[in-house]
Design a protein around this ligand. Structure first.
Ligand code: SF4
Length: 208
């Protein structure tokens, strides 16, 4: 599969597509369809600014109408609740219910998590960097939004408070303080910082 000049890029593309196909195919379980699993996964990982129908539509690369139907079905099944957003009273924030969390414990895509866990720490780091770069490149080419977490976002500010021996985290985009637990949640307004491999790939001039 590899030689002195490295693995053929086409082989990598085929492997990524094959992984996606397997995960998509495993999504017909628990009485749900793959798009519904995708919505539950996204909404259980998204931060409070990103748990909306339109954010899910962008994440899932689908239309707002299709995303709305997916969400409606999950609300009907008792897996999602619509709550008024405290920041913006006009929009509804979607929250996963306890039933959804119990279902997510049996998420078929957890097999992929377990498979990733069999790799060494070095292999995982290389793979994550490579996949991030692929995402950044494709986002740049297609003009699609990148999703990511605060720890790699340019809008995150950290301030160490010596007296209280704690670190204060703030999002300069939303102008709000963040809990430490929120730093690893997915955000629709993510802007990759210099330390993100996604940013380096996004900034690189792509071939025309
Ligand atoms: S720091 Fe970035 S990723 Fe985190 S909430 Fe703000 S915009 Fe979103």
């Amino acid at each position: 599969m590899s030689n002195a000049s490295g693995v053929n890029p086409r082989t990598i593309a085929e492997l990524v597509v094959q992984l996606g196909r397997i995960i998509h195919g495993s999504g017909y379980s628990g009485g749900l369809a793959p798009a519904q699993w995708s919505a539950l996964r996204y909404l259980s990982r998204a931060n409070r600014f990103s748990r909306t129908v339109s954010a899910f539509a962008e994440f899932h690369s689908t239309t707002r109408g299709t995303a709305s139907q997916t969400v409606k079905g999950l609300v009907g099944l008792g897996y999602l609740s619509r709550n008024r957003s405290p920041r913006d009273g006009r929009s509804a924030r979607l929250d996963v219910t306890d039933d959804a969390r119990a279902l997510l414990a049996r998420d078929p895509s957890e097999d992929l998590v377990r498979a990733a866990g069999t790799l060494s720490a070095t292999a995982r780091n290389h793979l994550a960097t490579g996949l991030e770069r692929l995402l950044g490149y494709l986002a740049q080419r297609s003009g699609k939004r990148m999703f990511g977490v605060c720890t790699f976002c340019t809008h995150l500010e950290e301030e160490r408070c010596q007296r209280e021996e704690m670190t204060r985290f703030e999002c300069t985009f939303f102008g709000e303080l963040l809990e430490e637990a929120e730093l690893e949640q997915i955000c629709i307004n993510f802007q990759p910082s210099e330390k993100s491999a996604m940013r380096r790939a996004y900034d690189r001039k792509s071939p025309s």
